[in-house]
Design a protein around this ligand. Structure first.
Ligand code: NOJ
Length: 554
């Protein structure tokens, strides 16, 4: 395959609102990020993804954009963004931004014009329809955040479609003029020096026409959106156009937020002629999804192995996934993947090492490199995340008690990963001198960057070792382009695989709280990474300690 600069990228996701506040208003900002670029360079990452910092009412924390050409004053100015891009570049880090074009904000000028003016030229930028003759809503679709997808258009008797929050009206991709607006915006940002985009919720642009009801699948009398999307032609035609007209001519990197787990369709998205360069592997995240957060199954080591190996196999040698254990929409990976009560430093390091050595681009979400953990959520009064409010209601509608519904929220709320970055042990973890918009996790005295920078055994130091191995000239080629071959797949709670290229590397994690023996494929040449001091190798067997993780050159 033709080699590309991003194949060897090591990415870091910044959630601007919670990264670093330079102004004391309790909200992170671009100048705060600029002040921490040396920290990111020292970590070793070379690609930064910034979640949205565009002007926004922040109903969905910036994923509701009211101006595609600006920066929200709470986050800074366009000049700050230019400086951030330039200063990152000086430190060897490229920047990608979020492209959020399934929907905009209801406060965007296009939608505002539609509200004011019945003859607005922007009417066809949205899906605006009449009620049915019997007064019923046009369809019975449930939005991703719960409740109907239909909302009255101001005080008219028309309705507009929103598959997410009601302040996020969906853009009409059938409209070529609207698509041209998106293309212009993409080019404008690329010309400002960014390397590409993480592309938000993009599969949602391919709706099924004509709009109609689908089978009811919940006590709310509504039908989940998958039913509709499954009957659509998909977004392929629009994405091909974007790729050929906007992304390719400028060599942009594109990483799609797409939830594909069917191996047969991976190629369509990220094969040699795919719509994007990469998409996230969400198979672990999606595992156990049922009717709501209250009945989502906890993932086990064996389930996780099946997810990861299934997708690595599907990607083969032509497709590059973006690998994650968490992001701003998920709970912290250490809480999600490690068994309750076993969230130790050894386990956290094992989890880090296991996904980091897979084929694909490893993405670190801010604070993950410190081993940050889920927020402490008391009641719904503490919750800011709009998705959690919808999910809580879905659980209550399904007949659960407050306590039962809260258990789901505590486990899966997006607030879990959105608490402020823990920089040091001073008040508010050094994130702000003001009142943080979301409370800091009380464990910041123990878990913070300042303490970990000084400690060779810290999570942060461990992540630095993982990153330098990926960049090490001797092993980089194997780690970037080598095959992933599951090893002793059937051995319970042993998560092991080989990466084979010009070298052979064995990556192994003992995914349990007790020792376990692993037969080695050959006499080891050297142990490259170990989250313990010792590697207990006798003959062709290695005794792994609880949650031990090793990378061995075989
Ligand atoms: C995915 C984003 O990551 C999430 O935060 C947002 O709520 C939805 N898309 C809607 O934009």
């Amino acid at each position: 395959m033709e080699r590309q600069w991003w194949h060897g990228a090591i990415a870091y996701q910044i959630y601007p609102k919670s990264f670093m506040d330079s102004g004391g208003d309790g909200i992170g900002d671009l100048r705060g990020i600029i002040g921490k670029l040396d920290y990111l360079r020292d970590l070793g990452v070379n690609l930064l993804w910034l979640s949205p910092a565009y002007p926004s009412p922040l109903a969905d924390e910036g994923y509701d954009i009211s101006d595609y050409y600006g920066v929200d004053p709470r986050f800074g100015t366009l000049a700050d963004m230019d400086e951030l891009i330039a200063e990152s570049g000086k430190r060897g880090m490229k920047v990608i931004l979020d492209l959020v074009v399934n929907h905009c904000s209801d406060e965007h000028e296009w939608f505002q014009d539609v509200l004011r003016n019945p003859d607005s030229p922007y009417r066809d930028y949205f899906y605006i329809v009449d009620k049915r003759p019997d007064g019923k809503l046009p369809t019975n679709w449930r939005s991703h955040f719960g409740g109907s997808v239909w909302e009255p258009l101001g005080d008219t008797d028309k309705l507009y479609l929103h598959v997410f929050h009601k302040k996020q009206p969906d853009l009409n991709w059938q409209n070529p003029t609207m698509r041209e607006e998106v293309r212009k915006n993409i080019e404008w940002w690329l010309d400002r020096g960014i390397a590409g985009f993480r592309i938000d919720a993009i599969a949602n642009i391919g709706k099924a026409f004509p709009f109609r009801d689908y089978p009811v699948d919940g006590p709310d009398g509504l039908s989940g959106l998958d039913n509709m999307f499954d009957s659509s032609d998909g977004p392929g035609a629009y994405l091909t156009e974007l790729r050929d007209k906007a992304f390719k001519p400028r060599g942009a990197l594109t990483v799609g937020e797409v939830f594909v787990t069917d191996p047969e369709h991976i190629d369509e998205w990220i094969g040699p002629d795919g719509y994007f360069n990469s998409i996230f592997d969400f198979s672990g995240t999606l595992f156990g999804n049922n009717t709501g957060w209250h009945d989502k199954k906890k993932i086990t080591a064996e389930d996780y192995k099946d997810c990861v190996f299934g997708m690595q196999e599907a990607a083969g040698e032509n497709c590059f996934f973006s690998n994650i254990i968490e992001n701003h929409d998920e709970s912290r990976g250490v809480n999600y993947y490690l068994p309750d009560g076993e969230i130790t430093d050894a386990g956290k390091k094992m989890l880090a090492g296991l996904y980091f050595m897979l084929r694909g681009i490893p993405f670190i979400y801010q604070g993950q490199e410190l081993g940050m953990e889920n927020a402490v959520i008391g009641s719904m009064d503490d919750v800011k995340d709009c998705a959690s409010i919808g999910a809580y209601k879905i659980s209550r509608d399904a007949g659960l008690s407050d306590e039962e519904a809260m258990a789901g929220v505590r486990r899966f709320s997006r607030d879990n990963a959105r608490t402020p970055m823990q920089w040091d042990d001073t008040p508010n973890a050094g994130f702000t001198t003001g009142e943080p918009w979301l409370p800091v996790n009380p464990n910041y005295k123990k878990i913070n960057a300042a303490a970990q920078i000084a400690d060779e055994d810290s999570m942060l130091s461990f992540y630095k070792r993982l990153i330098s191995l990926r960049k090490n000239a001797e092993y980089a080629d194997t780690l970037v382009y080598g095959k992933t071959e599951p090893y002793l797949r059937e051995q319970k709670n042993l998560f092991a695989y080989k990466r084979t290229g010009d070298k052979t590397l064995l990556i192994a994690g003992n995914f349990q709280n007790k020792p376990q023996d692993m037969r080695l494929p050959s006499a080891p040449k050297r142990v490259l990474i170990n989250n313990y001091d010792e590697a207990a190798i006798t003959g062709d067997t290695m005794r792994l300690s609880p949650y031990q993780f090793v990378v061995i050159e075989a």
